[in-house]
Design a protein around this ligand. Structure first.
Ligand SMILES: *[C@@H]1O[C@H](CO)[C@@H](O)[C@H](O)[C@H]1NC(C)=O
Ligand SMILES: *[C@@H]1O[C@H](CO)[C@@H](O)[C@H](O)[C@H]1NC(C)=O
Ligand SMILES: *[C@@H]1O[C@H](CO)[C@@H](O)[C@H](O)[C@H]1NC(C)=O
Ligand SMILES: *[C@@H]1O[C@H](CO)[C@@H](O)[C@H](O)[C@H]1NC(C)=O
Ligand SMILES: CC(=O)N[C@H]1CO[C@H](CO)[C@@H](O)[C@@H]1O
Length: 433
């Protein structure tokens, strides 16, 4: 639902192969590298109304929007979604401010940018949560970036409290890398000081059912988890059509006692073929014109993709997860142990001191991922950004279904330019709110 992106159109927000325009800031606005202004999907209320109404029909009660412009006016769209009973999870970072796995840092300009997004969205009652990162870590040795993610959450929670905003949960959206996941989810929740820990953890999973896939394994690792966990992306699209039979497992008795919901990747149809709706037939990838990006029309009346949309809706209509009332719930789990250092798998030594603002990771000084001060020996952020882009543009989206097996990041991260403004829909029973 990249609605008013139309204005930035003619650009190649390509999934694979062609170059993706990067997004940068000039004054108070975002621009793509080909000079068009970039807009976020929560500013065009005509479009929000069309989408919200169909999302309601689908049965969704929350959406995730990846990148937003904190300077834009979100009042009308947020009210439209609230009126439809739909909550928003919003990412605080953008391509220019995200924490990078290679040469991680958490600096003042990142802090200021994250805070601006929080300032804008904290005012809406239907803001359900903030993400401080999406799939920052994808490898075992990339775990050195984890303290920076945790520091960002610590500081955003402290900022929220210092401004007397309500306790909007601050969390992280992780790639489902099987070798990394248990340590990462435990690390982000661990420690005796809850001010340093995340408020929730979420997983982008490209698995497809309970017994035959990793859901069972995923669940085994969270039965004593002390903070909410949910799926921030689920993208099972082979074989086609998408049947969404996995929804029965997620909201069934084995999983629903531990998991708080699921977001389906993704709302709009585009080249990666995960869409639930389209705004019109696909046209040539080279076609240009108002509202056309990469062969897909980006605004208009959403039309359900058949039978996928109806399949999902039918599942959600029949699923009745048994939740618990807040009054009847007395949590007893305590924070997990901080995982120990294991070379190549988890390169953070237990509960290391978290970085302070301005610290950058220095591999030459620290072999145990204890964050150190000083900029020497680190790569530049722009170098790591272009690395990420190259990965995105050279990797086919078809490999997404094997995310956890291959250790690759899921589409929203892989195809860097694509995640801007995409919307996932979620059915959740968000009982921690
Ligand atoms: C802060 O971090 C971001 C993201 O890594 C980077 O682009 C930016 O250059 C850094 N700013 C400073 C002042 O180091
Ligand atoms: C992890 O190891 C790979 C392969 O040795 C290397 O290319 C990469 O830079 C390392 N990443 C970090 C964050 O150290
Ligand atoms: C807990 O962490 C917060 C944020 O890092 C810090 O301000 C506070 O002093 C810590 N509390 C204790 C008891 O260490
Ligand atoms: C995660 O679960 C698997 C079994 O499914 C187990 O072998 C592994 O030790 C668990 N890891 C952690 C850190 O809990
Ligand atoms: C749950 C559900 O609605 N499943 C349907 C998904 O679509 C196929 C193809 O139309 C149907 O056969 C299923 O019954």
């Amino acid at each position: 639902m990249r609605s008013s992106l139309s204005i930035a159109c003619g650009l190649a927000f390509a999934t694979v192969a062609s170059a993706i325009p990067t997004i940068s800031v000039k004054g108070s606005k975002f621009f793509t590298s080909d000079g068009n202004q970039y807009f976020d999907p929560l500013v065009d209320n005509t479009q929000c109304s069309l989408d919200a109404s169909l999302m309601k029909t689908l049965g969704a009660n929350a959406i995730r929007v990846y990148h937003v412009d904190p300077e834009a006016d979100h009042q009308a769209c947020m009210k439209t979604f609230a009126d439809a009973g739909i909550y928003l999870f919003v990412d605080l970072d953008t391509f220019t401010t995200q924490i990078e796995q290679t040469s991680p840092q958490w600096n003042q300009s990142q802090y200021d940018a994250f805070a601006k997004v929080m300032d804008e969205f904290q005012q809406f009652d239907n803001t359900a949560g903030f993400f401080v990162g999406n799939e920052v870590l994808t490898t075992g040795n990339g775990s050195v970036a984890a303290p920076y993610v945790k520091a960002a959450a610590r500081d955003m929670k402290a900022y929220r409290n210092s401004k007397n905003y309500r306790n909007i949960p601050v969390g992280y959206s992780a790639a489902d890398i099987s070798s990394l996941r248990p340590n990462l989810q435990n690390y982000l929740a661990c420690g005796t000081n809850s001010s340093d820990a995340l408020d929730f953890f979420s997983l982008n999973a490209y698995e497809c059912s309970y017994q035959t896939s990793g859901y069972e394994q995923l669940t085994q690792n969270i039965t004593e988890y002390n903070i909410p966990i949910f799926f921030s992306e689920v993208g099972c699209n082979t074989p086609k059509p998408r049947t969404f039979d996995d929804q029965a497992a997620i909201f069934g008795p084995e999983m629903s006692q531990y998991w708080s919901g699921v977001m389906i990747y993704e709302w709009i149809q585009e080249t990666n073929d995960y869409g639930l709706i389209s705004y019109g037939p696909q046209v040539a990838a080279t076609a240009t014109g108002a509202n056309i990006v990469d062969g897909f029309t980006r605004t208009g009346t959403p039309t359900p993709i058949s039978p996928d949309f109806a399949n999902l809706s039918n599942h959600w209509k029949t699923l009745t997860p048994s939740g618990v009332s807040e009054a009847a719930y007395s949590p007893s789990n305590s924070a997990p142990e901080c995982p120990a250092y294991t070379s190549g798998a988890w390169e953070v030594s237990g509960n290391v001191a978290l970085p302070t603002i301005g610290q950058v990771y220095n591999a030459q000084v620290s072999s145990s991922a204890t964050p150190t001060s000083g900029a020497s020996g680190t790569q530049t952020a722009s170098a790591s950004r272009s690395t990420g882009k190259a990965t995105g543009s050279s990797t086919g989206s078809a490999s997404a279904a094997t995310t956890s097996q291959t250790g690759m990041a899921s589409p929203s991260r892989k195809i860097a330019g694509m995640s801007v403004g995409l919307v996932t829909v979620m059915l959740g029973f968000i009982w921690w709110l």
